[in-house]
Design a protein around this ligand. Structure first.
Ligand SMILES: [Zn+2]
Ligand SMILES: [Zn+2]
Length: 464
């Protein structure tokens, strides 16, 4: 492990204009990855937590008696820069890549298909972390959870998540259970593609979708799933007689969005739904419990006390964190007033997420649903750090958490961008239906006979 030198540098303190009577401490263990502390100041909170903040935040924290300044003078590692994946980074954006004491050693990066899960372990992978504007860098919302007992659950299936899932080295046949927080496209847009690709690539069991009611049947999950099936009837019919279609069914489990209740309980895994405050009736958040570990996933929401209650001391509290309104407005041309309403009323700013994290005190806080680029990381952390100095990760696509009762380890996955689909052996010989769609004769008469055409081409070439 690299050595860090922690000293107090008077000139730096003077240059950032902090009042002179600040108490300093030195010789404190700084987390090994210094990714989010460039040209900034380390602070130790009154609770003994260490975090990196901007000079202005440090000043506010110290003025209020909430923290003590620490300054790092030297870090010779080349890993200290904050490099998001979009700029070539291969590390997660966190100061605390390891919490607790892991029972095994983890490689620096996760390579899908190369690590067995322990019986008591959860691997949680972000397949989408972006805004409702999917990019090649970030798909829209989606979180994959693999459990040590063999269960695989997906929470939200925003646009772009299917391509990322396909790099996880998991057969499409083995992911059948989907939990949706609300019916905005950036949380459900790839459900149809997950459904469709499972049919030729080996899914034999029906898909199952859990999701909330809305105000009236037409706005609920059942109606949404029925709509997907009817909109994709051509797709389904075209596969009859060619691929097994036993996995084409979708079983929907619609539940009352307004109630806090257990919506899934199987093999010791419990999923609880509770209301979210987002856009209109019918948005929820989930809490997942298994083997004395707990994860809360917000979906989209304004900060609320359901979340604080459900998130108390959980292992992972994943909360949406929208772009700062100023950046949203500047980058998109959206009026600042509108951007402010969008961020504060419909979603959650980093400062607001920090309030929830501080009130809930998770082992690890996770921000997602934002734009992760060189320009956005610092402003997001600046806003977050005023209320919250605890462990936090800003999730990117393929940020991976290995969670056990003893520890949480955060890494970035290195994935194959051109993976092959994995068809399980038991699916390869599954029966197809007898019904085959027959094309009209007049159309078939226009088909070119390959052998004849080839023969003609070769004969002509030989005679030249
Ligand atoms: Zn939404
Ligand atoms: Zn969203």
């Amino acid at each position: 492990m690299r050595q860090k030198t922690i000293l107090v540098i008077i000139p730096l303190i003077l240059s950032i204009g902090v009042i002179p009577a600040i108490p300093f401490s030195a010789g404190v263990d700084i987390p090994p990855l210094l990714q989010i502390c460039i040209d900034k100041v380390w602070i130790e909170s009154t609770k003994g937590r260490i975090a990196c903040v901007t000079p202005s935040t440090a000043e506010k924290l110290v003025e209020r008696g909430w923290g003590t300044l620490l300054v790092i003078v030297e870090d010779t590692s080349d890993e200290k820069s904050i490099t998001p994946v979009v700029s070539g980074g291969t590390l997660p954006i966190t100061q605390t890549p390891i919490i607790g004491i892991p029972e095994k050693e983890y490689p620096k990066n996760y390579v899908p298909g190369t690590e067995e899960l322990a019986e008591d372990e959860i691997r949680l992978t972000f397949l989408g972390t972006g805004m409702p504007f999917p990019t090649r860098n970030q798909a829209a919302a989606g979180v994959l959870m693999e459990f040590g007992n063999g269960e695989i659950l997906m929470f939200d299936v925003g646009s772009g998540t299917v391509a990322n899932f396909n790099s996880m080295k998991i057969s499409p046949a083995h992911l059948t259970k989907f939990f949706i927080t609300h019916l905005h496209t950036d949380h459900q847009g790839d459900l149809d593609m997950f459904w469709a690709q499972g049919i030729p690539f080996g899914r034999i069991l029906p898909m199952q979708v859990w999701g909330p009611t809305g105000e009236g049947h037409a706005l609920g999950t059942q109606s949404f799933v029925d709509g997907i099936l009817s909109a994709n009837l051509w797709d389904l019919k075209s596969r009859e007689g060619i691929a097994p279609t036993s996995g084409a069914e979708i079983i929907t489990h619609e539940f009352d969005w307004a109630e806090t209740q257990v919506v899934y309980e199987e093999d010791g895994i419990t999923v609880t739904s509770f209301p979210a405050i987002h856009a209109m009736a019918g948005a929820i958040s989930y809490r997942i419990d298994w083997n004395d570990m707990s994860i809360v996933y917000s979906g989209d929401t304004r900060i609320n006390d359901f979340m604080v209650e459900q998130g108390q001391n959980v292992d992972l509290l994943i909360h949406e964190t929208f772009l700062p309104a100023e950046i949203l407005s500047e980058k998109t041309g959206m009026a600042l007033e509108l951007a402010t309403v969008l961020v504060n009323d419909l979603h959650t700013s980093a400062k607001a997420a920090g309030v929830v994290f501080e009130l809930a005190q998770p082992k690890m806080a996770v921000m997602y649903h934002t734009w992760v680029t060189d320009e956005t990381i610092s402003p997001i952390f600046d806003d977050l750090r005023l209320p919250y100095l605890g462990p936090v990760t800003l999730a990117q696509d393929f940020t991976v958490f290995n969670i056990t009762p003893e520890s949480i380890v955060v890494r970035q996955a290195l994935v194959d961008d051109a993976p092959w689909p994995i068809v399980p052996a038991e699916s390869a010989h599954a029966e197809t239906s007898d019904e085959v769609s027959v094309l009209p004769e007049w159309l078939q008469e226009h088909a070119i006979d390959l052998e004849e055409a080839l023969k003609e081409i070769l004969e002509q070439r030989n005679s030249e």
